[in-house]
Design a binder for this molecule. Structure first.
Ligand code: SF4
Length: 228
């Protein structure tokens, strides 16, 4: 079976929207500002994006709040660019839309229940599958409740996360909740590289672990790989 190129799938949808002159609403689950930076730069050209900060996986309240504050700072900077029509150094056009944020309460209990029995799985295994399903399921449910046209996630920008798995879960949630999932593989087309450039440009806090307490000691993170 041919492997699906989810980055091209997204391009096709965005090209069609541009031709039709439509700007649908998108509820985008964002894990942190560095990951969001390149995704939002691309998506705001075609969608009215609302960032959904739903990350009960992040261990320790202080870390959760720190990442959220950086997310908000990035959104404010992007919205200033739109208001002032000043896109110097950005891959953006006058078509770029303002971005909103839908904040969530910290709910570490939901994450612990979702991964119960899978805590010791290595990063990329069944613990992460359950973590993805929790976050994408909540995003789809919220998108449906609030009448969004699409839902999606920034998680596919990380080279450490399996885009096939994330897109399969997104499609499963699309069926379950009856709202369209926007496919992606944001790491492609130099998306990951762009997120590093934008993180430097906006001086964003870049954590060196994924989020849960179990990921703090994972071997590849010990080598100072920056999680995005
Ligand atoms: S390593 Fe990341 S994706 Fe995997 S369970 Fe922990 S927070 Fe979730």
């Amino acid at each position: 079976m041919n492997k699906v190129n989810y980055s091209k799938e997204l391009d096709k949808i965005m090209d069609a929207l541009k031709k039709e002159g439509r700007t649908p609403t998108l509820l985008l689950q964002c894990c942190c500002a560095p990951c969001s930076s390149a995704c939002l730069e691309r998506l705001r050209e075609c969608f009215k994006v609302t960032v959904f900060y739903y990350n009960p996986n992040i261990s320790e309240r202080a870390e959760y709040e720190k990442r959220k504050a950086e997310e908000k700072r990035l959104i404010e900077a992007y919205n200033r660019q739109v208001d002032e029509q000043d896109f110097a150094g950005m891959h953006s056009t006058a078509a770029a839309n303002r971005i909103e944020i839908l904040d969530c309460d910290y709910d570490g209990q939901a994450y612990e229940e979702a991964v119960k029995g899978y805590e010791s799985c290595p990063e990329g295994g069944d613990r992460c599958t359950r973590c993805f399903a929790l976050r994408l399921g909540k995003t789809a449910e919220t998108a449906k409740e609030n009448g969004f046209d699409y839902f999606s996630t920034t998680l596919t920008i990380s080279p450490l996360k399996n885009a096939d798995k994330l897109n399969a879960i997104g499609q499963e949630m699309q069926e379950r909740y009856g709202v369209a999932f926007l496919p992606s593989d944001f790491k492609k087309k130099d998306g990951y590289k762009r997120s590093i450039e934008l993180s430097k440009e906006f001086d964003l806090y870049r954590q060196n672990y994924c989020g849960c307490k179990y990921s703090k000691g994972e071997s590849f993170h010990k080598e100072n790989v920056t999680e995005l």
